[in-house]
Design a protein around this ligand. Structure first.
Ligand SMILES: C[S@@+](CC[C@H](N)C(=O)[O-])C[C@H]1O[C@@H](n2cnc3c(N)ncnc32)[C@H](O)[C@@H]1O
Length: 373
């Protein structure tokens, strides 16, 4: 039988609620989902090698979140392995593969550095909750999974892991902190200078989050206005990431900001952004059902269509989460379809990839490149 390579399986929706790697024991639990499959078992892979069958775990909370897709089934899992070999590497890669009728159909993945290798502090709960709704270990784990997902996207689309990085809307560095943990994790520059000045590695509209980043991470951070332009230099970056930032901007702001990001990038540079798309919309609104012909298509031909409801963009829901800096009428909770995002980005960039549920097993990810000329 051919050995399964976990990273060739598409990412599913899902989450790790716990992953702990003590010197010789690895244990954790979580869940995995991919429409339209009924996932009935999951396997644990560590550093690409099959290690154990996961135990099933009853997850009524997840069943509720996914009840909008009755033709599918999420799978709750737990694992615990002990092996002296776990001591040998400072960071492991964990992949849990979900199977439907013996076929591998989805993956959730995370790096897992042992705790003593994570030397950076975590932000205070108020700052962490402002960007994620969680704090402490949950915040740490969430950022680590997002970082893993991001690295997977970079590798999948052959985005060079070298160059000058900007995390636009970095908040209190839920994702960005992992770029600072250890050089061999990834070689993107987190400290760079342009014409003798420090070039920011992160920017945001939230001065408190930036203050925390400046005091705790060894990089330069810039306060930017809620609307462009900014004072960041043109053509200075090779990679701009935006994790859950477009998810707060209405369609006009998204367009203006894409133009600004395009200006920041060097020719051939990449922009990678996450959006709330169909999975995010449907799991936040499990009671909503499609109308008319789509009701029947979803029921009888689930394998051939994506769940619809957001046809273009829903961008009028106020979001109070940073009301101290941006009025909630301006800051939004935004959901948008894949087609809308691809068409909007294509006005400024070459769209080179799109991964459904590609960030944190929840948001979609678009990969864009600025043309070389
Ligand atoms: C959901 S949080 C995500 C933060 C961070 N990217 C992460 O994944 O933890 C959204 C962040 O975007 C920032 N933000 C929103 N609009 C922005 C804008 N126009 N320019 C820069 N940052 C913005 C917010 O202040 C907040 O920190």
């Amino acid at each position: 039988m051919k050995a399964l390579k976990p990273d060739t399986i598409v990412p599913g929706a899902g989450h790790f609620d716990r992953v702990v790697c003590s010197p010789s024991v690895l244990d954790g639990f979580g869940w995995i989902f991919r429409r339209p499959y009924k996932i009935d078992r999951a396997d644990l892979f560590v550093d690409g090698t099959h290690c154990a069958n996961c135990e099933p775990m009853n997850r009524p909370d997840v069943a509720e979140t996914c009840r909008w897709a009755p033709e599918s089934r999420p799978f709750g899992f737990r694992f615990q392995i002990s092996s002296p070999a776990l001591r040998e590497t400072w960071c492991h890669r964990i992949d849990v593969i979900g199977y439907a009728a013996q076929r591998p159909v989805a993956r959730v993945s995370t790096f897992c550095p042992s705790l003593h290798n994570d030397h950076l502090p975590l932000p205070p709960p108020a700052l962490a909750e402002r960007v994620s709704g969680v704090a402490g270990e949950h915040f740490r784990l969430q950022g680590l999974k997002m970082f893993t997902d991001l690295i997977d996207v970079l590798r999948r689309y052959a985005v060079p892991l070298r160059g000058r990085l900007l995390d636009w809307g970095c908040g209190c560095a839920r994702v960005l902190r992992w770029f600072f943990i250890r050089d061999e994790f990834v070689v993107l520059n987190t400290k760079h200078s342009s014409a003798g000045n420090d070039l920011p590695v992160g920017c945001d509209v939230d001065p408190e989050a930036l203050e925390w980043c400046r005091s705790n991470l060894n990089g330069c951070f810039a306060l930017v206005p809620f609307d462009p332009p900014t004072s960041l230099p043109s053509g200075a970056y090779d990679l701009v990431i935006a994790c859950s930032v477009l998810t707060h901007l209405d369609r006009f702001r998204q367009q203006n900001w894409l133009e600004e990001v395009h200006r920041w990038l060097a020719p051939g540079g990449y922009f990678i952004a996450s959006t709330n798309a169909e999975f995010a919309f449907r799991s936040k609104h499990p009671h909503l059902k499609p109308n008319g012909v789509w009701k029947f298509i979803e029921q009888w031909a689930a394998a051939f269509c994506r769940p619809r409801i957001v046809k273009t963009i829903l961008d009028d829901m106020p979001d109070p989460s940073i009301r101290w800096f941006v009025p909630e009428q301006e800051y939004r909770m935004v959901f948008q379809s894949r087609t809308f995002t691809e068409q909007l980005c294509a006005r400024f960039f070459d769209v080179v990839g799109y991964v459904e549920c590609g960030l944190d097993g929840f948001q979609d990810v678009i990969v864009c490149r600025k043309s070389k000329v």
